[in-house]
Design a protein around this ligand. Sequence first.
Ligand SMILES: [Zn+2]
Length: 226
Amino acid sequence: MTVVHHLDDSTLMRFASGNVDEAFSVAIAAHLELCGQCRAALRAAESCGGRLLELTDVADIEDDAFDRLRDHIEGSEINLVQLKPSDARPARHADASETSIPKPLQCYVGLSLDDVTWTTVAPGVLKRDITLSTKTTNKLYMLHIAAGKQMPEHGHGGSELTLVLSGAYKDHHGRFARGDIADLDEHDEHQPRVDGDQPCICLIAAEGHTKPKGLVARLLRPIVGI
Ligand SMILES: [Zn+2]
């Protein structure tokens, strides 16, 4: 497996500084587990951040900045110390199982995609809401979308991360398969279609509601709940 679509640098910087909530942290950490390139980029960001801190007046640094950064690194369950230069290449996934769930997500939904319980929200679309342990207005959920299914065209009420865990989808940004992440903001609109003959399972961290386009999509939103 080769990861093609990655996190934006700005997202990695916010993660490195502890500036993302639980919903987005889980999605980011799950992608990092599958992507050596972003792990290397995160390490570089942290190194750069450390250098900046050295050059900054100590009085300007928030008291808990180091604690928050350490908590996020530990929470991601990624051993950054063991990264090698080879991690900077596009990742070839060493995980033998295409149905395994990345560790940062396991405590929410189980070890395998086969264990996930779903709720049908529309024909061919299953959803799993994920309950978070901290208070946030952002949402974390999984979608299981049938082969060949096209989602309604929609925009976003804010930032959205979509990490593919199984199968693949296509939109105007390209093809997204296991490990790929779409790092979208409120200006992005897209209409994903499941690619291939397998269902596509995604993890989605979203800020605000999606903005469906078209009457049918708008009518479906209260039912689908995304
Ligand atoms: Zn990446």
